[in-house]
Design a protein around this ligand. Structure first.
Ligand code: ZN
Length: 337
């Protein structure tokens, strides 16, 4: 059943299904919560349940997920359900006034097939001021058959007058158990990998689905390669490593695996539980490194890393900044076998 494949979000799901069952559908909903946790999917499931040609006979309202209407809603081609989103490829993606005019044209006519005319606005906080004001007019006097679903991770960026006209449903990231269950079910991911993805994505299932576990693991292995670099006191090795990293790797990725590695090292050096670590597979190496490291120095490295992260914005020479960081890194972290 389509609603059943949404992991977690029991509160919003229950409210939507109750409204469907009692036929007390509101004119406007605001789905708010972190990026990549399933708000948009829920909006699609909601639209499918409103439009399905052959809904299953069940006490819990749902859609079949397979009829023409369900398939067209999912692909954004259903005549009674309009999908609006900003132009994501732009540097500053916006939902413009032309798109609001399109919404007006869509919503004004009675639905052709469904009982409702639906409009899902993804990243609704991206409405420009002009567009938001124009949209507010539609929202103030919505046609009877209309259902608006606004999806956003930044509700505070919406006009307060738009927000107040919507029924807000708050979405939270999945719990670790829900997350690992979902990954095991949908991607046949091993438990160790599921834990790894849960930590990296902050339990955001939508984000985790797009991640390549093997690639991420090999990226994060660079941290342990660094710890193994020999001889650590030899500046030439360090400079070559900095050159290699600054030229061949994406800088934000380098920052990320360094940050995760240092975090794990700090956790191990203060005796934290294994479950809290990202690199549970490398726990022995971490212990080995931690034995000869002062936690205060790891904190200092983390601070230096934070400064390094800002280097591109300050137009600093990345290779030079990385060299400085790695020189200190190898003073703090002595070679491990
Ligand atoms: Zn259907």
């Amino acid at each position: 059943m389509p609603f059943a494949d949404i992991i977690g979000h029991d509160g919003p799901k229950r409210k939507i299904r109750t409204a469907l069952g009692r036929q007390t559908i509101g004119h406007a909903y605001l789905f708010s919560g972190d990026e990549g946790i399933g708000k948009r999917l829920m909006a699609v499931r909601f639209a499918q349940a409103l439009s399905c040609d052959t809904p299953p006979a069940s006490s819990q309202p749902d859609s079949c997920g397979e009829c023409r209407a369900c398939r067209q809603v999912a692909t954004g081609t259903y005549p009674d359900a309009l999908m609006i989103q900003p132009e994501r490829e732009k540097a500053n993606p916006q939902i413009k006034i032309d798109q609001v005019r399109e919404i007006e044209r869509h919503m004004i006519y009675r639905p052709l097939f469904s009982s409702h005319k639906i409009c899902i606005i993804d990243d609704a906080d991206r409405l420009t001021t002009n567009a938001a004001n124009a949209f507010l007019k539609t929202l103030e006097d919505p046609p009877d058959h209309s259902v608006f679903i606004l999806v956003t991770s930044q509700p505070f960026r919406l006009l307060a007058t738009v927000r107040s006209r919507c029924l807000t449903l708050k979405f939270s990231p999945a719990t670790s158990m829900q997350f690992e269950g979902a990954l095991a079910l949908k991607r046949a991911v091993a438990s160790d990998d599921a834990k790894f993805l849960a930590q990296i994505s902050g339990n955001r299932i939508g984000v985790a689905f797009g991640m390549d576990t093997a690639q991420l693991r090999s990226q994060h292995d660079h941290f342990f390669q660094l710890c193994r670099d020999r001889p650590p006191a030899n500046p030439t090795t360090i400079l070559e490593r900095a050159e290699d990293l600054s030229k061949t790797k994406r800088f934000p990725d380098v920052i990320e695996w360094l940050a995760h590695g240092l975090r794990d090292l700090l956790l191990v050096s203060i005796g934290a539980e294994r479950d809290l670590l990202l690199h549970q597979k490398n726990v022995e190496t971490l212990h080995h490194v931690a034995e000869s490291v002062d936690p205060a120095h790891v904190v200092e490295l983390a601070e230096r890393l934070h400064a390094l992260e800002r280097a591109p914005r300050q137009n600093l020479n990345l290779q030079l900044a990385l060299e400085n960081f790695l020189l200190r890194f190898h003073q703090v972290i002595r070679r491990v076998a």
